[in-house]
Design a protein around this ligand. Structure first.
Ligand SMILES: CCCCCCCCCCCC(=O)SCCNC(=O)CCNC(=O)[C@H](O)C(C)(C)COP(=O)(O)OP(=O)(O)OC[C@H]1O[C@@H](n2cnc3c(N)ncnc32)[C@H](O)[C@@H]1OP(=O)(O)O
Length: 240
């Protein structure tokens, strides 16, 4: 049974971590730095095989238009579309589930529903040279705060997710140490906004990211944020 699961586990892992598990020095880091727990056959049936950042039928025209603009920018290699799964799963080549947490029903907060369009619809593009990331975010009905507008906690969540993705992309695994937000204008529920993140500076383990959330037509500033991410002792999942 395990021999059938191993190739599948490897593919899942490759999808998430690129060449991570096939780099011998990375494997050594993983072995020394992370606890091994359950085997692949004990994993729950739902695994992180679906890329939730692919367009679906709930995406608005504005969302699709921006998506296509950024896909165009990936063609010369300067920007990269980052995949997004419903858990942060890493499996080693023996099919072992490697994580600080055992397999469970846990889901990444921003990817915790299969109902398309109801919560966070988003995709992240990153530019390593410019140390920038752009998130395209369409809010669903279940994110309402004030009537007709997005909840401030949901805005904080998506800003944390996109700016944290940039920090992860440039610095490896990070934890959010601080996140400060200024809410300038409410975000209409259901609208599409652009989340622009810029790495301001990196000092040893500390990555400082500045973020602006603007309307899809770039006419309105909704939110500004500054965040500090601290690197923790794990390998960058985006690098081999
Ligand atoms: C592929 C898929 C990707 C997917 C990517 C998805 C991204 C998702 C992003 C979501 C991430 C989260 O939600 S994370 C969940 C929310 N965050 C947390 O729960 C974090 C809880 N806090 C912690 O675990 C810890 O405090 C840490 C890890 C942040 C730091 O602890 P530590 O490792 O012991 O380090 P420590 O020595 O304290 O701090 C290191 C340096 O940072 C500074 N520092 C630490 N905290 C702060 C702070 N709040 N404000 C200012 N500075 C601070 C210290 O002064 C020090 O500076 P110096 O002396 O070196 O100068």
């Amino acid at each position: 049974m395990l021999s059938k699961i191993q190739p599948i586990a490897r593919v899942i892992c490759q999808n998430i971590t690129g060449r991570f598990i096939h780099n011998p020095s990375a494997r050594r880091t993983m072995k020394s730095g992370i606890r091994f727990s359950k085997t692949a056959k004990e994993l729950p049936k739902v695994v992180a095989s679906k890329d939730y950042s692919e367009p679906n039928s709930s995406w608005s025209q504005e969302m699709m238009k921006l998506y296509e603009q950024y896909i165009e920018k990936t063609k010369d290699g300067s920007w990269k579309k980052l995949p997004s799964y419903n858990r942060f799963l890493v499996l080693n080549e023996d099919g072992h589930f490697i994580d600080k947490f055992p397999p469970s029903k846990a889901r990444l907060f921003t990817r915790n529903t299969e109902e398309e369009g109801s919560m966070f619809e988003y995709v992240v593009f990153a530019n390593k040279v410019e140390k920038k990331a752009v998130g395209l975010f369409q809010s669903g009905d279940l994110l309402e705060g004030p009537s007709g507008f997005v909840h401030g906690g949901a805005i904080a969540t998506i800003v944390d997710a996109v700016s944290g993705t940039l920090a992860t992309y440039v610095a490896g695994f990070v934890m959010t140490a601080s996140l400060n937000l200024d809410y300038k204008n409410p975000i209409p529920l259901g609208s599409t906004v652009i989340i622009e993140c810029q790495l301001e500076k990196k000092e040893e383990r500390k990555s400082y990211v500045n973020t602006r959330v603007i309307s899809h037509d770039c006419t309105k500033l909704h939110t500004e944020s500054t965040a500090l991410f601290v690197s923790v002792n794990q390998k960058n999942p985006y690098q081999g």
